[in-house]
Design a protein around this ligand. Structure first.
Ligand SMILES: Cc1cc2nc3c(=O)[nH]c(=O)nc-3n(C[C@H](O)[C@H](O)[C@H](O)COP(=O)(O)O)c2cc1C
Length: 199
């Protein structure tokens, strides 16, 4: 029966973000980002390689990420809700983004939940932020980044600025995560903003 008041449904007022964590170096970036997304609805997917890098780099497990997220899905579960264009989210962030995942998305391959969620963001013209960590970059990788940028993705390399005079790794991590939060449209004061002449 048609509801004369109109179909009006307000579900999930919290802003939703998809967070993909893949096997690039920089697991600490994912942990720091999720800690700063408290209060938002986060949909987390951690690749198998990311779990290895997490253990190697920070002695953490996927559970340490999972407990910071609202929802978590297996990277092999391509039927999870984030794989559908009907699941609305404000932005998808892949942090760190491996060169492998970046290459797959650039080539239209969606054989994991992370790559599928990225493909959905691109096709639905939603914000996709990819945070790769690699150096140097091959011509193939540069071409893939160029292709993704043309398709609407934001390539945000995990490279800190030095003008803020970072003293610790944490300062550098906060710089990168702060810039990612900016790109997601989230107010943050993780770093002191640049003002010429200030020490
Ligand atoms: C300790 C460690 C560090 C790695 N660092 C990087 C890296 O900085 N950038 C990168 O693109 N891949 C890196 N890799 C390789 C990726 O994990 C690998 O290409 C993997 O297949 C990516 O799979 P995924 O995209 O499904 O997570 C690293 C692997 C290990 C074990």
């Amino acid at each position: 029966m048609l509801n004369i008041a109109g179909s009006y449904c307000r579900i999930g007022m919290k802003e939703k973000f998809v967070v993909g964590v893949t096997g690039g170096s920089g697991s600490i970036l994912a942990l720091t980002l999720l800690r700063n997304l408290d209060g938002y609805e986060t949909h987390l997917v951690v690749s198998e390689s990311a779990k290895k890098v997490l253990k190697e780099e920070v002695g953490a497990s996927a559970d340490d990420l999972i407990k910071l997220a609202t929802y978590t899905y297996d990277d092999k579960d391509i039927s999870a809700r984030v794989s559908s264009g009907s699941f609305k989210f404000s932005a998808a962030v892949v942090i760190p983004c491996s060169i492998s995942t970046l290459g797959k998305v650039a080539s239209g391959i969606s054989d994991t939940l992370v790559t599928r969620a990225c493909a959905v963001a691109l096709k639905e013209r939603r914000k996709l932020i990819m945070v790769p960590r690699e150096m140097p970059l091959s011509t193939i990788v540069l071409e893939n980044m160029h292709k993704l940028s043309l398709a609407g993705a934001i390539i945000a390399p995990a490279s800190p600025g030095y003008y803020t005079k970072p003293r610790t790794v944490e300062d550098m991590v906060n710089f990168i995560v702060s810039r990612v939060l900016d790109l997601m449209g989230i107010e943050n004061n993780l770093i002191r903003r640049w003002r010429s002449g200030e020490q």
